[in-house]
Design a protein around this ligand. Sequence first.
Ligand SMILES: *Cc1c(COP(=O)(O)O)cnc(C)c1O
Length: 477
Amino acid sequence: MAADGRQFSGLSDAQVRAFDTAAREARSFRESLPRRPARPTLSLDDAVGRFLGPLPEGGMPEDEVVAQIVQESDGGLHSMAAPTFFGYVLGGSHPVGVAADFLVSAWGQNSGTSFETPAITGMERAVCDWVIDLLGLPSGSGSGLVTGGTVANMVGVMAARHALLAAQGWDVEAHGLFGAPEVPVIIGQDAHSAPFAALRYAGFGAKRVHKVATDAEGRIDPDAFRDALSQCDAPPLVILQAGQINTGAFDPFSELIPLVRAKQGWVHVDGAFGLWVAAVPELAERLSGVSDADSWAVDLHKWLNAPFDAGMVIVRDRAPLVASMSARGAYLPDTTAYWEPADTTPELSRRARGVPSYAILRHLGRTGVRELVMRHCRLANQIAKALSAEPGIRVLNEIHSNQVAIACGDGPDGDTLTMRTLERVQGRGKVYPTHGEWAGRKIIRASVIGYAMQDADADLLSAEIIDAFRWCQDHPE
Ligand SMILES: *Cc1c(COP(=O)(O)O)cnc(C)c1O
């Protein structure tokens, strides 16, 4: 007890030990990644079973809780942060971001209002400025740091909803969508599921859209697009894509966006991972024209390798973004003129989500980000080349960025062979690609995106797939 009778000492002994244990175990987990199997060794039921059961009547000291969580999670964690993880499109949680993330939790800042957390505001504004600059998007755009690509798409679509309906004299925030003028929606047939979720959340409906035909790489076909536009009798919401999930391809922005402009429409770009290619001057031409859109969704926990969860919405005209998101209570500081996280995101209370990204950007610098993205694109090419050289294995896509779509054999038998090959690769536990479907085929999909991935990891992936493929051919079911 302090001399004046106050008891709060900051941390109790058990709490100090809890902090120390967490830091030590966090470090030892990351150091053990090279020796860990690529995927969990426990079954789902076994892993989940360790945690379910009645809530204990009595509690447990903090340090013991942390130690037990570590112990009980063993075998039930995936090596997603390792350079052997090629599944989905996931960043590898860069250690400097993870370290900064410890601070985010320890600082306990509710960062919804900048007035109360000025240092966080400084770092988060820097992240927004830097990312907009890196991606070559219009400076002065509005932006918000959200939980990921899905929410970033939702916020972008809601800003569009505000602007398009306001232009038709309708205040959607006040009156909702019942009785509102129609807003046509156009989207590519090979879009990710996230923009469809965004359309649902924003009240547009996932099916009330015009899906436009795409080419062999999943890019919107300009003629089909023109046709769809010509059928719009009001300014449309158009959703384009930077980075198709299977092929990594980009829609032809410079051809499509002026057509939408001519119709006074709004272009939103889902660039969850692919927009980062714009940060590389040597490759940026692939996204030529993308900066002419009205809003963009991008993930920080994908190519920037921020720890989960972090994404960003960027809107050229900040006003519709604020109009759609801001929900001010009378008890909040009146800082209307300033940069308020709660004005551009759906959350009010929020963790200092941008701090880990700030740390990563400070660590990498402009050069480091470019090197990272360029290296991954180079490695994707390297994987495609190695696999294409194996008779019976085909890479179905051109390498536009970091995604490789791999098929074994041909036809229905080929699909079976592909899935058996994938299962064997995953089962061997050295690398972890995942599955998908592309061009009417089941595929093994490899995403090169983890911060630590180097040539040897790409070569290991290729060798594992080729080995497994040969084995499956030699051992028919
Ligand atoms: C990952 C991804 C999303 C969804 O982002 P989350 O961060 O998972 O919510 C949306 N679009 C594309 C193209 C993606 O790759």
